[in-house]
Design a protein around this ligand. Structure first.
Ligand code: NAD
Ligand code: S2G
Length: 340
């Protein structure tokens, strides 16, 4: 039987394709547990009000014991009121032929407004996951406009999909189930400059835990096809489906929030894009993907320190840093232009 007070969980873009895939997983307990009641708040834009209402009705029809309420709203003030967790998915996805940069100016304004809404209406303890692209820079913008009310440590952007993709590629290469792979790392931006890093990963093979690098035994793959496959996977999905990834993105969003809520398993790290504190020489303030562990009782993440970064890895970290600095500058200029 559900025991504690309901958590208010906001999903923006809830009438969209990731939204449709994510709400059931959240509502049935995959993220916050089978005994944690929740109220789902679905937010989308006014032209999507009827579709949003349809999602709400379907959720009611799922008859889920953990779902104590569903609210469908098109007004930010109502959507962000008193929320505990926010899945910020609502934004334009890249279509075939579009560059990620084309999204920046349009989407960044959404996150300025939502940063302000978080500051004005949400609980100061709210934990925020930005999925909408460019996710890292959108999170930077939301954190900036919520500053003073909500700690920057409460903002994150999603690189868990890249993390899951990297683990899956290693599992396929080694010939083990993906559950036998842990501690891959995604560094930097959720974009094609990200650095998927297998060098600290472990694999259980034939009953023994060994370094992934030894299990793979193919350094040119680790420094070549492995990296480019993960970097370009989102684009390949768009090319094949003519739509941006949704099922895998929704699953990754749930993984990210579950680990933030309950903590990471002992001896394991995950990848989260969070506000840099200067670790590994990454400029402070950039929203950058790092290897992190999370303590489930405090719900605080910590960057894993002391991982060896060789010259090859450092050049990859530098490239994604450079892109994030450019995105930050473009985004802040776009925010200045939008006088709301
Ligand atoms: N970080 C990641 O790993 C990752 C992975 C996949 C997709 N994405 C991104 O997630 C976003 C959503 O993708 P999708 O496929 O669900 O797109 P979609 O077009 O199917 O849905 C987006 C929804 O957001 C809504 N929306 C737009 N502006 C809004 C606003 N201001 N407030 C609330 N809702 C708003 C739209 O009306 C639409 O219903 C895209 O930006 C996509 O690129 C990120
Ligand atoms: O637009 C893209 O290139 C990527 C879309 C999405 O973020 C993904 O990773 O699948």
């Amino acid at each position: 039987m559900p025991s504690s007070a309901p958590l208010r969980v906001l999903v923006t873009g809830a009438a969209g394709q990731i939204g449709y895939a994510v709400v059931l997983q959240i509502a049935k307990g995959d993220v916050f547990g089978n005994d944690q009641p929740i109220v789902l708040v679905l937010l989308d834009i006014p032209p999507l009000a009827a579709a949003l209402e349809g999602v709400k009705l379907e959720l009611q029809d799922c008859a889920l014991p953990t779902l104590h309420g569903v609210e469908a709203v098109t007004d930010e003030a109502a959507g962000f009121k008193d929320i505990d967790y926010a899945f910020l998915i609502g934004a334009m996805p890249r279509k075939e032929g579009m560059e990620r940069k084309d999204l920046l100016a349009a989407n960044v304004r959404i996150f300025k407004s939502q940063g302000q809404a978080l500051a004005n209406h949400s609980k100061p303890t709210v934990k925020v996951l930005v999925v909408g692209n460019p996710a890292n820079t959108n999170a930077l913008v939301a954190a900036k406009y919520a500053a003073g009310k909500i700690p920057e440590q409460n903002f994150s952007a999603m690189t868990r999909l890249d993390h899951n993709r990297a683990a899956a590629q290693i599992a396929l290469k080694v010939g083990v189930p993906v559950g036998n792979v842990k501690n891959v790392t995604i560094w930097g931006n959720h974009s094609s400059t990200q650095f998927p890093d297998a060098s600290h990963a472990k694999v259980v093979k034939d009953g023994n835990e060994i370094d992934a690098i030894s299990a793979i035994n193919d350094n040119s793959w680790v420094q070549g096809d492995f990296i480019s496959t993960v970097q370009k996977r989102g684009g390949v999905i768009i090319e094949k489906r003519k739509l941006s990834s949704a099922m895998s993105a929704a699953k990754a969003a749930c993984d990210h929030m579950r680990d933030w809520h309950f903590g990471t398993p002992s001896g394991q790290h995950v990848s989260m894009a969070i506000v840099s504190d200067g670790s590994y020489g990454v400029p402070k303030g950039l929203v950058y993907s790092f290897p992190v562990t999370v303590d489930g009782s405090s719900k605080q993440w910590k960057i894993v320190q002391g991982l060896k970064i060789d010259d090859f890895a450092q050049s990859k970290l530098n490239a994604t840093t450079k892109e994030l600095e450019e995105e930050r500058d473009d985004a802040l200029a776009a925010c200045e232009e939008s006088k709301q």
